[in-house]
Design a protein around this ligand. Structure first.
Ligand code: DGL
Length: 241
């Protein structure tokens, strides 16, 4: 079984990407809603929470785990080695894609406060190509927006919040924008409208793709089960077969 976790609904965008490409795999999702949001927390606390999330999913029988959260992936290198075994952070594949698709070498990063502060995503992009120019912007309020269900491109609250969050990119001349928080693909329609012609790179999509590439074929097929773990440590609820 493949585990997927995030602080909330954001990781569902990665779960959907896994589900569509691996329709027969057994998938298990955990949203650490009791400790959300992650994006405003310090590194030490994030390390503690991420370890607990991995323990929780391993305890439910997950052999491989997608860290479907840009913030949680930002502290991946600080995790003890046992927690880095068969767990997949989403930043490196996202950085790789962004470095590949940019034509003018100017890349925006839209992510949580913690992801921008820690700088691991920017570091991964620079590893790909040190000459790229990066414009990181923290947009943690968009996480709350998505958690509250304001995602429609007709929602005036969402429209205003997205416009405000993207304002710092004006005049930067970026041709590529990394959605470095897995909540943000839910706002893709609005972001596209505000930034026409800018290539969006989703950490959810790229992270899911990287895990699939690393998956041994025998683990790609199972009973097509979809489980959602309850917070804080209740029973599992089978949702779909
Ligand atoms: N979805 C998470 C991420 O990708 C973070 C949201 C939060 O702040 O909890 O960064």
């Amino acid at each position: 079984m493949i585990g997927v976790f995030d602080s909330g609904v954001g990781g569902l965008t990665a779960l959907a990407a896994l589900r569509s490409r691996l329709p027969r795999a057994d998938l298990c999702y955990f949203a650490d809603t009791g400790n959300a949001p992650y994006g405003t927390k310090r590194e030490e606390e994030l390390c503690r929470l991420v370890r607990a999330d991995i323990d929780r999913l391993r305890g439910a029988g997950c052999r491989r785990i997608l860290i479907a959260c840009g913030t949680a992936s930002s502290i991946y290198d600080r995790l003890p080695v046992g927690y880095r075994l068969h767990t997949y952070p989403i930043l490196a594949p996202t950085a790789k894609r962004a470095a590949r698709v940019t034509k003018n070498g100017r890349i925006g990063i839209l992510a949580t406060e913690a992801t921008v502060r820690i700088g691991a995503l920017a570091g991964e992009v620079k590893k790909e190509n040190p000459s790229l120019t990066l414009f990181p912007v923290a947009a943690s309020p968009l996480v709350t927006l998505v958690e509250e269900g304001h995602t429609s491109d007709r929602d005036p609250i969402a429209k205003r919040a997205v416009r405000e969050a993207l304002a710092p990119f004006s005049g930067c001349g970026i041709d590529t924008l990394i959605l470095g928080c897995t909540h943000f693909p839910r706002l893709s329609a609005l972001i596209r409208r505000e930034m026409p012609g800018v290539h969006l790179v989703s950490a959810s999509e790229e992270g899911a793709r990287a895990l699939i590439d690393a998956l041994p074929p025998e683990e790609a097929a199972g009973g097509a089960r979809l489980l959602f773990l309850k917070e804080p440590s209740g029973e599992e609820s089978p949702v779909k077969k």
